[in-house]
Design a protein around this ligand. Structure first.
Ligand SMILES: *Cc1c(COP(=O)(O)O)cnc(C)c1O
Length: 365
């Protein structure tokens, strides 16, 4: 199966959509991931038949047999990307082809049938077309899209499912940072790891998140916003946060981010930051960075800034780093200039207020 196939979508409009007045009220303060649009996409897969029955239909519960494979063996993957309201009222996506490709890579790792890239992109467009009024117009808001796929075969055997359901749901979201970008504190987990070599760290699967929750809870208990994971083999090198990649900015103007060795999620924001930094003439290194070195560089002042990046929060400065033996501050603990410049450039491209030299913006409507 290649990435170019698609299907015709049957649109079954929601007979009882949210009223325009109620929608405006919801969009005034959407929060993150709590409000959903009127519709969803569903597409089915069966071995021997391929992908079939592509629909845009009313968002509704999915009836599920208790023996559905995903509930027992967690064969599930997902994506996350945002649709933006353009100045002319249209709607754009940021690098959705990269999400389509990564979704196929995640499927391969989890022994799942891959969704053809064109079908994935069409599913996003079809949902946006039907739920276009849910794309926020305010300059901080966006419509968060959540494509996901799970093993839907009713069978308690340990083997790849012969049936899958692919869905896309959408959730209007406001600014991740209420009242402006502010640095986060991070907790360095010494008791838990996220992904080992040969494991599923590079796949965007729900299981990785399930495994990270106890470490995230530990971070919160210690007064931190996010958890940082070290490598599983030596417990020495920085991998990433629970759901964001990490960058370091040094006094010589260089940037460093851990390399994609298979235990890190290949973030599209990460890759975009690497390109934008290179465009600016900054030297970027994809190299291992030990926690020990991080502590030493922060103390000596060689490390000026650090930030996390991912679709939800785009670029987030890291202010304080804590572990069970103490803590240190990065720079003066406030958002750094290189971090905020990169953030502004990336957000400008995503929102269509800055030129798009790499052709990353994909027009949907
Ligand atoms: C999704 C994700 C990221 C960020 O990826 P983006 O494509 O930039 O949104 C980073 N780490 C993990 C573990 C993730 O699941």
């Amino acid at each position: 199966m290649n990435g170019g196939e698609t299907l015709d979508f049957e649109v079954r409009p929601n007979p009882a959509p949210v009223s325009a007045a109620e929608r405006s009220a919801l969009l005034a303060n959407p929060g993150f991931g709590r409000i959903f649009t009127d519709h969803m996409v569903t597409i089915r897969y069966a071995e021997g038949k391929g992908w079939y029955d592509a629909r845009v239909e009313a968002r509704a519960p999915i009836p599920m047999d208790p023996a559905t494979a995903v509930l027992h063996y967690a064969q599930e993957i997902f994506e996350g990307l945002k649709a933006y309201r353009a100045a002319d009222g249209g709607v754009t996506l940021f690098r959705p082809d990269a999400n389509a490709a990564r979704f196929r890579q995640s499927a391969a790792r989890m022994a799942m049938a891959p969704v053809p890239s064109q079908l994935f992109l069409d599913a996003l467009s079809e949902l946006i077309r039907v739920d276009r009024d849910w794309v926020p117009s305010d300059p901080e808001g966006s419509l968060y899209l959540r494509p996901f796929q799970y093993a839907s075969e009713v069978f308690l055997g340990v083997k790849p499912s012969s049936e899958y359901l692919f869905l896309v749901i959408a959730s209007p979201v406001g600014s991740y940072f209420k009242g402006g970008v502010k640095p986060v504190s991070v907790w360095v987990s010494r008791d838990y790891t996220r992904a080992a070599p040969g494991g599923t760290g590079a796949a965007k699967c729900g299981g990785n998140y399930a495994a990270s929750l106890v470490a995230q809870a530990e971070a919160i208990e210690h007064g931190c916003d996010q958890v940082v994971f070290l490598d599983a083999v030596e417990q020495r090198y920085v991998d990433e946060l629970g759901g964001m990649n990490v960058f370091f900015v040094f006094d010589d103007g260089t940037l460093l981010t851990p390399p994609l060795t298979g235990t890190i999620l290949p973030g599209i924001t990460r890759e975009s930051v690497l390109r934008l930094a290179a465009d600016q003439g900054l030297t970027v290194r994809e190299e291992l960075y030990s926690y020990e070195q991080w502590q030493a560089d922060a103390r000596s002042g060689r490390l000026r800034e650090a930030f996390a990046c991912g679709t939800a929060a785009v670029i987030t400065p890291i202010g304080v780093v804590r572990d069970r033996s103490g803590e240190f501050t990065i720079g003066d603990g406030t958002a750094g200039k290189v971090t905020m410049d990169l953030r502004e450039r990336l957000v400008g491209i995503q929102r269509g207020t800055a030129p798009d030299p790499h052709g990353w913006v994909h027009r949907v409507l």
